[in-house]
Write a protein that binds this ligand. Structure first.
Ligand SMILES: Nc1ncnc2c1ncn2[C@@H]1O[C@H](COP(=O)(O)OP(=O)(O)OP(=O)(O)O)[C@@H](O)[C@H]1O
Ligand SMILES: [Mg+2]
Length: 392
């Protein structure tokens, strides 16, 4: 790497300083330090670096990935950000993840044609191409954050596993991947045959962005990156045969929901809500979006429905009452279950032993088993192969 000149002094009688701006050469030099682990060739020589522009302290470029596994893409992206961000004169790095470079286009330039990431409207791959061995795909979603999606996704997956099924769990909450903590998983996923091996946790096969990046690394995602991530989580992960693949979604009606429902025909969505009216406003919006996308609504889970005081047995409806049933009735879908606020459920999430594992004999675990039973029943009643929605 050529040594960057730190600060250029310009003699004008007095000494003044011109702020140093990184050159194209500086950026490419530092990026040459990153090797694709597979080919052991640096990413500039591979032609991965495109559309490099430098405006003052702002550096932007696209990493036009080809068939690299998701883990490699994420690592290269984060290294590129870090190394370029560390150059003198660089205050902001915008490294976009693009798609499909000509896989082995050697040559040093970095000025090849622009390669945009797959737009949301790109022709979706059929599930048969991506996850041919997965029978059913279930998204756990919500209108609002913090209502218990991850808790429901994890325990529903465990309850499904308890029926003897093989179950995978994807943390599609790219903004706040909580599953590694909730499941107590440690270490990084392995690789086999250029694909990522999911981590095993309590009998589930699990993948999460949280397993691929350092704990405190902020995760900033743009729409097309989420689309690519979701495709990678399906295509580049060696899931093997699964009866159910459960997705823990980020809250709301954003890119992850749109991408997922476009990339695979989801078997159905479980919508999680708390009982109060403000949560219901958001959940209506979320249900309407999935209906528009032609994704079957398996039903509503009302979480944090009530609290039973352990000393007196008095039942308190802290967040109001009846909201889940109301919204389920409005949309003609079943209320799959009501889960009380339960300190053991919260502890289970914080300590990596979900309630289904921690207290399988508890009323809460029984409630999750009942939800799983109803989900299976609903899946049986909904056709799994439907045409993919198109989003304009
Ligand atoms: N029924 C419950 N009883 C007690 N605590 C619960 C219950 N459901 C969820 N929690 C706790 O509430 C917090 C939020 O739950 P969780 O992380 O599952 O929500 P989320 O909808 O996935 O949130 P986010 O939108 O941030 O991803 C967690 O600490 C979890 O342990
Ligand atoms: Mg969550």
């Amino acid at each position: 790497m050529g040594k960057p000149v730190p600060i250029r002094a310009v003699e004008t009688g007095q000494v003044s300083f011109v702020p140093y701006m990184a050159s194209e050469q500086d950026v490419l030099d530092v990026l040459r330090g990153i090797k694709d682990p597979e080919s052991q060739t640096d990413i500039v020589a591979l032609g991965l670096v495109r559309d490099l522009t430098i405006r003052g302290g702002d550096v932007s470029f696209t990493l036009a990935f080809g068939a690299q596994p998701a883990q490699t893409k994420v690592l290269i992206h984060s290294m590129a950000n870090k190394l370029v961000g560390g150059l003198p004169g660089v205050s902001r790095v915008n490294a976009k993840m693009g798609g499909a470079a000509a896989p082995h286009a050697h040559g040093g330039g970095g000025h090849a044609h622009a390669q945009a990431a797959p737009p949301a409207g790109a022709p979706p791959q059929r599930p048969a191409d991506m996850i041919p061995e997965v029978k059913q795909t279930i998204a756990v979603s919500s209108g609002k954050g913090g209502v218990g999606k991850s808790t429901v996704a994890v325990n529903l997956a465990l309850a499904l596993h308890g029926t003897g099924a093989s179950v995978g769990l994807i943390d599609a909450d790219v903004y706040g991947p909580d599953l590694p903590l909730m499941l107590g998983t440690k270490g990084r996923p392995g690789m086999f045959d250029n694909r990522i091996i999911p981590v095993e946790a309590h009998g589930l096969r699990v993948m999460s962005m949280g397993l691929l990046v350092a704990d405190k690394q902020p995760l900033v995602w743009r729409g097309p990156m989420i689309h690519t991530f979701i495709q990678q989580m399906l295509r580049d992960v060696l899931w093997g045969p699964l009866d159910y693949l459960v997705f823990d979604m980020p809250p709301g009606t954003g890119d992850a929901q749109l991408s997922l429902s476009q990339v695979i025909p989801l078997s159905g969505v479980v919508m999680v809500t708390t009982p109060q009216d403000v949560a219901l406003l958001d959940v209506r919006r979320a249900i309407a979006m999935f209906q528009q996308l032609n994704v079957p609504m398996l039903g509503v889970v009302e979480n944090m429905s009530y609290f039973v005081a352990p000393d007196t047995g008095t039942r308190y409806t802290i967040f109001g009452e009846g909201g889940g049933q109301k919204v389920a009735d409005e949309y003609g879908v079943p209320l799959l279950g009501q889960l009380p606020l339960d300190p053991d459920t919260r502890k289970g999430g914080d300590e990596g032993t979900p309630i289904m594992v921690r207290r399988p004999d508890s009323a809460q675990a029984a409630a999750f088993r009942e939800i799983a039973r109803r989900v299976i029943e609903r899946l049986g009643a909904t056709a799994t192969l439907r045409p993919l929605p198109t989003i304009s």
